[in-house]
Design a binder for this molecule. Sequence first.
Ligand SMILES: [Cu+2]
Length: 310
Amino acid sequence: MRQAIGALTNRLARAGGAIGKGLAGLALGAGLLMAGAALAQTPMVGAPQPWGMGLQPAGGPIKEAIHHFNALVFWIIVAITIFVALLLAWVIWRYRAQANPNPSQTSHNTLLEVAWTVVPVLILLVIAIPSFRLIYYEDRAVDADFTINVQGRQWYWHYAYPDHGGFTFDSYPVQEGELAQGQIRNLSVDNPLVIPVGANVRILTTGQDVIHSFFVPALGVQKYTIPGRTLETWIRADRPGVFYGQCNQICGTNHWFMPIEVRAVPREEFNAWAEQAKTRFAQGLPPGPPASALAQQPAESATLLAEARR
Ligand SMILES: [Cu+2]
């Protein structure tokens, strides 16, 4: 139930979220839910959308967990806001000078004071328990399939695949004049991070110079990269696609110059890419992106995005 509410909340928020549209949204939400299941394996683009008001759609389980928690807190906020607004309206009306010329001098009410202390504590408990569960879930992969080292540098990303021969490479954004069809300004990069669909990927972050932050919303990951320190987190993409992110820690003049592009591809394709990357990067040549993620990237939505970002 909570899952369904979560999905619906996000869809409503994305569609504009107007309360008046609630009923239409409900019907639409149910339709989208069914369509969502059918589209589970088509490549998705994890990037900001025009007029996007909710969180980005989930590309994997961590983001899904974030959606659920977000929906829970959202509905608690809605309930509290409605309750306080109604209470306020009632007090203004009921105790206006005209209707209540002699105000009561009461200054304490034990029952009320206990209630307005205990109820918020209970609400906070309801939020705290799933919140901690989510923090620990995001913290590290229980059974990681392999590791990727992510290093933030002024101002580019440096990636290493220690479990695939230890090849390393740098990742820079594609310049505006060199954007190919379907690439997104300030988000597409020359050498994307490539991961296999369905793999638990351990991410170890560190910084070379200043603090950066590895942030990919659709995969639900955000981790600081701190010089002299290694932090652990993990990602998993449950469907093929391209997931974009950014360094989101103000790190200097070229902070904007640090987009992140993660390509999730089928496992065989990832293995072929990793094999090729090992020799290509050693020769100082980019291996190029894995074939299918590029070819299957829905050109329509990519163009839309490119237009929206202009
Ligand atoms: Cu940075």
